[in-house]
Design a protein around this ligand. Structure first.
Ligand SMILES: O=C(CO)COP(=O)(O)O
Length: 247
């Protein structure tokens, strides 16, 4: 049995006041239940979120980390620092990091190794662009990202993969449940091929314009185990409705 996971990626949003309000709204509505729930605020809001969520059913994660645990890396945050602070999760390889920071599969792979070494649970993001899908290359691209990140490393048993088609992120365009399921099924097969010991137990999240109105039909698919939510994670009622749909 794969326990559903719904994680909110807050991206570069928030102030101390809005974070306080959002967390309050979430904590009022979230309880220990069948679905695991996490929020991933910016680095500067992590300490505030960890303090607010202490002892609650809401876990906290970061949106990225360095591939090193310390050193001359101006502006970077080590996975060991995130673990020391109390973070559980870290998102790696998000398409916005790949696009704006030119993150390669090789770098993402070394971040994954460092994150696991520090004791963080990784959410590895993969997904194709619209051009790649229209060219019929979606599976090739996703398989390449999986292999690039996972081949040759010791793959952690708690690895979570998020399929986030770039064309569905922040656009209001969602992959249809059938499109998402097809790719999730493909990913599960690829994970087995790349050396995941029991890919039938790996949780696969869908991300890309997940909203209260489309969450249930996505979660009804056999290989969709939850969601990585962007915009709708910034509205407590919407995020809680998505969490409820995953139960
Ligand atoms: O990128 C995403 C989550 O990581 C998805 O963002 P949206 O839900 O805003 O499309």
């Amino acid at each position: 049995m794969r326990r559903p996971l719904v994680a909110g990626n807050w991206k570069m949003h928030g102030s101390r006041e809005s974070v306080r309000e959002l967390l309050q709204g979430l904590l009022d509505g979230v309880s220990e239940g069948p679905t695991e729930v996490a929020v991933c605020p910016t680095f500067v809001h992590l300490a505030q979120a960890l303090e607010a969520c202490d002892g609650s059913a809401l876990a906290v994660g970061a949106q990225d980390c360095s591939h090193l645990q310390s050193g001359a890396c101006t502006g970077d945050i080590a996975p060991a620092m995130l673990a020391d602070l109390g973070c559980d999760w870290v998102i790696l390889g998000h398409s916005e990091r790949r696009a704006f920071h030119a993150e390669s599969d090789e770098l993402i792979s070394s971040k994954l190794v460092a994150a696991v070494e520090a004791g963080l649970k990784p959410i590895l993001c993969v997904g194709e662009t619209r051009e790649q899908r229209e060219a019929g290359d979606a599976e090739t691209v996703v398989a390449g990202q999986l292999r690039g990140a996972l081949q040759g490393i010791e793959i952690p048993a708690n690895l979570v993969v998020a399929y986030e088609p770039v064309w569905a992120i922040g656009t209001g365009l969602t992959a249809t449940p059938e499109q998402a399921q097809a790719m999730h099924g493909f990913i599960r097969g690829e994970l087995a091929a790349v050396g995941v010991a029991d890919a039938s137990q790996t949780r696969l999240l869908y991300g890309g314009s997940v909203k209260p109105g489309n969450a249930a039909e996505l979660f009804a698919q056999p290989d969709i185990d939850g969601a990585l939510v962007g915009g709708a994670a910034l509205v407590a009622a919407d995020f809680l409705a998505i969490v409820a749909a995953a139960a």
